[in-house]
Write a protein that binds this ligand. Sequence first.
Ligand SMILES: [Zn+2]
Ligand SMILES: [Zn+2]
Length: 156
Amino acid sequence: MALFDDLKKKVADTTQGAVRGARDITDSARYNSLISDEQKSIANMYGQIGKYFYEHCTEQVESPLKEMCESIAASNVRIASYQLGLQQIRGMKTCANCGTEIPIAAPFCSNCGAQAAEVAPAPAAPEKAQPEKFCVNCGNRLEPGAAFCLSCGRKV
Ligand SMILES: [Zn+2]
Ligand SMILES: [Zn+2]
C-alpha cells in the first residue's frame, strides 16, 4: 500500500510539475509580451513628449534642445524635397493655388484653372545620410560614428 501511495504521489507530483511547467511557459510568454507592450508604450510616450515639445518649441529654448528642434525642422524640409522627387517620378506636380496634384506638363490646374508654374527638375535622390544623434547625458550633438561624447565623455 505504501508503494502504491508513493506511486500516486509521484504521479501527482509529475502532473503538478507539468502543469506548473506549462503555466510557467504561458506566464513567461505573457510577461514578455506585457514587458514589450510597456516598452512600446514608453517609446511611444517619449515620441509624444518630443512631439509636444517640438510643437511648443520657442525662440527661448536653450541649446541642446534648440538643436534637436532644428534637426527635426531640417528633416521635415528634406522630407518635403524627397516627396517632390517622388512626385516628379510619378510625372506629377502640385497646383500652388489649390494643392491639387496635376500632370507635370499641364499649363493650367484642372481643378481651379490657375496657371500652373513650370517645375524645375528635382535633383537626383541623395545618398542616405547618418541620422543625427545627441548625447543622452549632456545633449551635445554627436559626431557621426563617435563612440564617446566629445563634450562630457559619456560612452555612446
Ligand atoms: Zn488648382
Ligand atoms: Zn555628453
